[in-house]
Write a protein that binds this ligand. Structure first.
Ligand SMILES: *[C@@H]1O[C@H](CO)[C@@H](O)[C@H](O)[C@H]1NC(C)=O
Ligand SMILES: *[C@@H]1O[C@H](CO)[C@@H](O)[C@H](O)[C@H]1NC(C)=O
Length: 330
């Protein structure tokens, strides 16, 4: 009798939790008077300035200043090769604080974890200690970031735990799965919270950010687990774009089937020259196998994104419009 009451209460609490659970939600108040938002996206970067990380950082600084950016987004793999060893790992300063020194980059950095971050102490990157060392740092597993006046809601998704091979065939790597296990429950919560959050969202633009690609012609390519589990939720909820890193290149895929742009910004440092898979050329708007980053300028009517190489040269740009279908500008 006692046991059944306890079990009953537990089941009730579980149901309650799954009904109300949501990604933690944060707000970023845009400082621009016209209500527009601009930001940069970089991924796969932390190599103590090497492999042109510093050169990309300089160009981010220049573009960031021209666009008067509100913040920076990191698509993960923040610290190579194996994340941080702990909160006192000096790689944090060597790969972040002392690399992104331009005044325009002294803004909040909203970051997710990549698979390499999980190879170290993943919890260290999520801890307040780092945010105290450098107040720009903001890292969570999955979260919602809402900007002022309902302009954009970003859904940051922790994609690494979705990838089967990290569990079944980790090779020489060890992953810090603290707080991710039991995995099935963790993933089902992420999917549930993402779906609920997107359904509830009234923002003009809904942008989903994760480390792993859904669509990619890069070395790693398509992440089938995300195609199977996350893509249907994005399609059902009119997500405007999916932005990722993981493949060390810059990409813009305009999928004819999914009617959604897939953007890869994984060129923060070491790039993988010459590594491209076959892709339908009508969908592939940009594939660039060098270093670089992407800028965004968003208003209630338009979302413009621009790709830059290691020298800050514009490689490609595109504008999505809310009044008509997307239109190409360059
Ligand atoms: C850095 O960028 C320059 C200019 O594009 C390029 O020639 C060089 O190979 C890059 N270095 C590395 C390590 O990728
Ligand atoms: C990090 O360094 C601080 C200051 O030296 C120390 O108090 C703290 O215990 C260290 N933390 C870890 C996890 O080593």
């Amino acid at each position: 009798m006692r046991i059944s009451v306890v079990v009953g209460v537990c089941v009730f609490l579980c149901i309650l939790k799954s009904c109300v659970s949501e990604f933690p939600r944060f707000e970023h108040r845009s400082t621009k008077e016209d209500g527009s938002l601009s930001f940069l996206v970089v991924g796969d970067w932390g190599r103590k300035g090497q492999f042109n990380q510093s050169r990309v950082a300089d160009q981010m600084g220049r573009v960031g200043s021209e666009l008067d950016i509100d913040f920076v987004i990191s698509t993960g793999d923040n610290f190579y090769d194996e994340g941080l060893t702990g909160v006192n790992d000096t790689a944090f300063e060597e790969s972040f604080t002392r690399v992104y020194t331009h005044p325009s980059l002294q803004k909040q950095w909203y970051t997710v974890l990549g698979n390499h971050d999980y190879m170290g102490d993943a919890g260290a990157q999520l801890s307040d200690v780092l945010a105290k060392k450098d107040k720009r740092w903001f890292c969570r597993r999955s979260f919602v970031l809402a900007t002022a006046k309902g302009l954009v809601e970003f859904f940051f998704v922790d994609t690494t735990p979705f990838v089967d091979k990290y569990f079944t065939d980790p090779g020489d790597h060890t992953f810090d799965w603290t707080q991710v296990l039991p995995r099935k429950q963790y993933l089902s919560n992420v999917l549930h919270d993402l779906e609920m959050g997107l359904k509830k969202s009234r923002a003009t633009w809904k942008i989903v950010v994760g480390h792993h690609a859904i669509q990619s012609a890069g070395y790693h390519g398509v992440t089938q687990e995300l195609v199977d589990q996350i893509l249907p939720i994005l399609e059902a909820n009119n997500v405007d774009m999916y932005v990722n890193g993981h493949d060390h290149c810059l990409q813009h895929i305009m999928s004819s089937k999914n009617k959604m742009p897939f953007l890869t910004s994984g060129g923060g440092s070491k790039a993988w020259k010459g590594s491209t898979k076959q892709w339908d050329p009508t969908e592939m708007k940009l594939y660039y196998d060098g270093q670089g980053f992407v800028s965004f300028e968003i208003t209630h009517s338009n979302a413009k994104f621009v790709y830059y190489d290691v020298d800050g040269k514009v490689l490609h740009e595109w504008t999505l419009s809310k009044d008509s279908d997307s239109k190409k500008k360059l």
